[in-house]
Design a protein around this ligand. Sequence first.
Ligand SMILES: [Zn+2]
Length: 309
Amino acid sequence: MVAAPLVRPHTEQPRPLSPVLPESAPTTSASSPLALPLTPSVLSAHGTALANRARSVWVERAMCGPGSVKLSDWARYLQGFREQESLDLEVHFDFAVAPSVALHIARVVFGASLDVHRATGLRVPPPAVYVHRDLVTLRSYSCLPSNAVAFYDGAIHVPDPSKDEGLEIEIRRSVVHEYTHHALFSAGIREPIWFQEGLAMHVALEPWRNFDITPPGLDMRDMVTGFPHTAPPKLSERFYGQAYQMLELLQSLCGPQPDCDNRQLVKALVEGAPAATFFEDMIAARAPRSQVSPLELWRMYFGGLRPAQ
Ligand SMILES: [Zn+2]
């Protein structure tokens, strides 16, 4: 990891960002994995000796666990950011970031809020947004996983993508993904985690082709309560692939039924549907005449999947 210099404010006054019309909606999404409790079955099943990450990243700044040495520098680092309201967003940006770039990110986040509202039915106040000078600096001050380019910890954090077209695409995906987490959390939904990740991937139109879908899949209890964001990539891929397909199955069971979509699932959770049995309960609700149990239906579905070419 490359150490970055401390970013300090200078005396130049920021140029105000004027309100603008939103751009077209982002097209895809990436992900910043969640840091959630490691359940014993995950640990035993995969033989990993991962750290005790028993608390959500959503209450831990910078995706760092409690006690991380990075956290003390993180707060000081963020003090070097300018702040501007734009599109009803609180946008903070590094002094090395051009105001026009901060405005561009505000447009991307605004577009994500529309995507998320359309897909989930949730319209929530937007989070604060931080635009960092580059990915190296963001990584050096935070605990951002190596396979992610952005994260949500109550605010959305992204690097300046203006010099990297590929990064720009990744950030557009990630902002939709992270905004979905923000919307669910703002609505009081934390678990099931498979739904957090599966929905974020679906809303962000993330491709699942590269994800591991090897049956029989991870234990359903682990899919409900969490997975380690510091896990080996293979384990992480299995979680994401399975989460995506769990939601894919529920979507496929809708058939021509009216008002049968992801918004219905979100509404059920908001109204108190139990997270532990949410998957089985929703399969039963959407396939009431099934000859097999909900989990057997899932096993048949998952076992029949083949990696996409
Ligand atoms: Zn996620």
